[in-house]
Ligand binder design. Structure first.
Ligand SMILES: [Zn+2]
Length: 243
């Protein structure tokens, strides 16, 4: 990965990828830009491509900024396994702790909860919590689903990737993003099954999708559309309705 800062765009990450056929630009929730570059394509040309598309990237960045939800109030089932409690403290210190399934944030009286500094701290804590949840929940779930459908794999890791839910290499090592925990349970299973199917087919061929569809009871297209409604790193995603 090569990083470069563009004056009107900010940080741009260039990532050379085997099997990638064209330059693909993706703007994340935090405004950072990821560019997938075909293996033999010169980075210099990809940079020119980015420059030419500055206006489009800026539009995407603005859209993302406007869609960012603020974490402003206490919420039961804030993540799958944690509630969130936000209270105003009696002094000016900011404290945040996680205990017994509750993330508790004590906000200074003088600062509004929407203040970017408070929001940053809240998001950092939520990420730590999601990672913990992922490390406990995902390996168990992968084990169960692989037994149920007859898959085998060599290892599971949890990453903080913000551009893909999971990936699987030819050694059957599977990596899942901690953000997977922000999806409803049936979509977590769907992503896990997708990666497990890669232990059989290392591509997105017809056979691959036929297997995946079979594993998720014929609901592959439904789930594929549903998952698009969940941008990877937008909090808070949960309401009681979509759990
Ligand atoms: Zn895949």
């Amino acid at each position: 990965m090569t990083d470069k800062i563009f004056p009107n765009i900010g940080i741009v990450h260039f990532n050379k990828k085997k099997g990638c056929r064209k330059v693909i630009v993706k703007v994340l929730q935090n405004g950072e830009t990821y560019v997938s570059v075909p293996w033999l394509y010169p980075i210099k040309l990809a940079e020119i491509f980015v420059l030419k598309n500055t206006e489009w990237i800026n539009n995407q960045q603005n859209k993302r900024k406007n869609s960012q939800k603020l974490i402003t109030q206490s919420q039961e089932k804030f993540t799958h396994f944690h509630d969130l409690e936000i209270v105003t403290g009696i002094d000016n210190s900011f404290r945040i702790s996680t205990r017994n399934g509750v993330i508790k944030a004590i906000i200074p009286q003088t600062i509004n909860v929407e203040d970017p500094r408070i929001q940053d701290e809240l998001i950092k804590t939520v990420e730590i919590v999601l990672r913990k949840e992922a490390k406990i929940f995902i390996p168990e779930r992968v084990k169960l689903l692989s037994q149920e459908h007859g898959f085998s794999y060599s290892s599971i890791k949890i990453s903080s990737a913000k551009t893909r839910w999971g990936c699987c290499n030819s050694q059957k090592r599977i990596v899942f993003s901690l953000y997977l925990m922000t999806l409803p349970f049936h979509l977590i299973d769907y992503v896990i099954l997708h990666e497990l199917c890669h232990t059989v087919f290392m591509n997105h061929s017809k056979d691959f999708y036929a297997l995946l569809d079979k594993c998720c009871g014929g609901k592959h297209s439904t789930y594929k559309n549903e998952i698009k409604k969940f941008p990877m790193d937008v909090f808070p995603k949960f309401t009681k309705d979509n759990l």
